[in-house]
Design a protein around this ligand. Structure first.
Ligand SMILES: C[S@@+](CC[C@H](N)C(=O)[O-])C[C@H]1O[C@@H](n2cnc3c(N)ncnc32)[C@H](O)[C@@H]1O
Length: 231
């Protein structure tokens, strides 16, 4: 049986708390992605793999109309509490087509730290392309391939599915490591056009709360973020 990639039960609770303040999510991935999103006022945005709703809440606060989809019921509950009715949230497995969404019905889509968890990425990208309007944007962030290489070792070009332990090691997340060539190649092959690529450094505020993490994340990339357009 295939291993679940959505963060169910205790893993969902752990991630919800982690995403709130972690140097990686709160200070590095989210600020970079939200900067790439730019002015979202009035935009209809799909948050694919919305987790505990951190992006959905922030994008809604900036004036977007957000639909968040998530495969973990645990995280969806966290997201519901966080967005407090200001975004539409659905339980949805991203291995399945986005049947709930009409063609060209979104101005933008966010896929933050989810891509590497998905097996049927060709289908997901095709569906994201279908539901985005022409000229619509797609933001994707992923674990930096060199971070996986540092962590797991072996070949940089490996496409192995790995378990990354979190916290005290009792919980782990399951995802596929991949080289940059695969990550970008898949997005371009799906018909998206690359507009910007960022290797995010942590936001300045991290220095005040965790100087060691700030220094570390300034030296070694943790994530890769891209902004793409649907032609
Ligand atoms: C690292 S978290 C990122 C969550 C959120 N985007 C954020 O950045 O805070 C990865 C998310 O992908 C979700 N996920 C993984 N596989 C999924 C699948 N097949 N369908 C839906 N969600 C999935 C997990 O449940 C989790 O919420």
């Amino acid at each position: 049986m295939r291993k679940a990639t959505a963060y169910h039960d205790a893993l969902g609770d752990f991630f919800a708390k982690h995403a709130d303040t972690s140097p990686y999510n709160a200070y590095t991935d989210r600020p970079a992605m939200l900067r790439l999103a730019g002015d979202v006022s009035g935009a209809r945005i799909l948050d694919a793999g919305c987790g505990a709703g951190h992006y959905a809440a922030e994008l809604s606060a900036r004036g977007a109309q957000v639909v968040g989809i998530e495969g973990s019921a645990t995280l969806l509950r966290h997201a519901q509490a966080r967005v407090n009715g200001h975004a539409e949230l659905l339980l949805h497995d991203l291995e399945e087509p986005l049947d709930f969404a009409a063609d060209a019905s979104f101005d933008g889509a966010v896929c933050a730290l989810v891509y590497e968890h998905i097996r049927n990425r060709v289908q997901l990208l095709g569906e994201l392309r279908r539901v985005l309007r022409p000229g619509g944007w797609l933001l994707v962030s992923t674990t930096h391939p060199t971070a996986d290489w540092r962590h797991f070792g072996g070949s940089y070009f490996s496409h192995d599915w790995r378990d990354l332990p979190l916290g005290d090691g009792e919980l782990s997340i399951h995802y596929q490591r991949m080289p940059l060539e695969t990550f970008l190649g898949e997005l371009l092959a799906a018909g998206f056009v690359l507009e910007q690529l960022v290797e995010p450094r942590p936001a300045a505020g991290l220095r005040e709360v965790d100087e060691a993490a700030y220094d570390k994340l300034h030296q070694a990339p943790s994530f890769l973020t891209v902004k793409l357009r649907r032609p």
